[in-house]
Design a protein around this ligand. Structure first.
Ligand code: 2AM
Ligand code: CA
Ligand code: CA
Ligand code: CA
Length: 263
């Protein structure tokens, strides 16, 4: 049996320590490499941070499964027992270029159920946390239930790429939404964008391709305050697969799906 209270205390202390190490790293030179293309960056801090978490988890919880972006986790095919889904630095490009607007993201599953979600905005020292059935919090303060807003009053997070010629979506699909919404924002960190939805700072967020470590924690946070989390077709996300992600306030999510995406 997992002692969830003790586990939560462990995660918090590991996140604080990892955040401190990342902030300290601002003073030293980063080693930056590219992955799939010249804009797909990874640094030694992404790797060191994931390694720090995987070592701590394996030491304390040797029977837990780990999935991590940088490959220090396990090769997972099913959700069994307790599974940690980790993005050590979400928003690496921001980390490299801006030293802000990036986060540590950790989603913890109990079997197939998203149980605990943590998104830590390292520079602002803001920890977004949700526990299934017990609510969502920002630095200990409970986040209120999300309320519907009309598209005309909505701030929508969207990368400008998705309204230009690209390989994933016809630019004419989201163009009208961009014109109708009150404002469009793009932060470059899926975890921060999802935390902002949970906190009511954004009203909807659409993106064409994310991995499980990008959305695992955010999904738990958003659902805990009554937000809706699906892929672009309105289907539930598979916690082990890459997919498009569409999150938003209740009603607004349905309106955008019916009026703009499935029209
Ligand atoms: P990362 O910084 O951890 O790589 C940028 O718009 C957002 O998309 C970030 O959350 C980024 O996570 C993520 N991202 C970048 N490249 C990606 C890819 N090839 N597949 C899925 N997510 C990606
Ligand atoms: Ca990456
Ligand atoms: Ca990521
Ligand atoms: Ca990452």
């Amino acid at each position: 049996m997992t002692n969830w209270i003790e586990l939560d205390q462990n995660v918090r202390s590991w996140i604080k320590e990892a955040g401190e190490r990342i902030r300290t790293s601002f003073d030293s030179e980063l080693s930056i490499k590219t992955k799939s293309n010249r804009n797909d960056l990874v640094t030694d801090m992404d790797e060191a941070t994931e390694k720090y978490f995987t070592e701590a988890i394996r030491h304390t919880y040797p029977d837990h499964q780990i999935m991590g972006e940088e490959g220090f986790g396990d090769d997972l095919h099913t959700l069994e027992g307790v599974t940690w889904i980790i993005d050590p630095i979400d928003g690496t490009m921001n980390f490299v270029h801006q030293q802000r607007n990036f986060a540590i993201s950790i989603g913890i599953y109990d079997g197939a159920v998203g149980k605990l979600g943590y998104i830590y905005d390292v520079v602002h020292d803001e920890l977004y946390f949700a526990s299934k059935g017990e609510g969502a919090f920002m630095n200990g303060q409970r986040l209120p239930e999300l309320e519907a807003v009309p598209v005309e009053d909505a701030i929508v997070a969207l990368n400008a790429l998705w309204v230009t010629d690209n390989k994933r979506i016809d630019p004419s699909v989201l163009g009208p939404l961009v014109q109708r919404a009150r404002g469009i924002r793009s932060y470059g960190s899926a975890a921060i964008e999802m935390a902002y939805i949970a906190a009511g700072r954004l009203d909807a967020y659409l993106t064409m391709r994310l991995a499980p470590w990008d959305f695992a924690a955010g999904k738990i946070l958003i659902e805990e305050v009554g937000g809706v989390v699906t892929d672009l077709e309105g289907n539930e996300l598979d916690p082990l697969k890459k997919s498009s992600v569409f999150v938003g306030k209740p009603e607004l999510h349905q309106t955008i799906l019916n009026t703009y995406i499935k029209k």
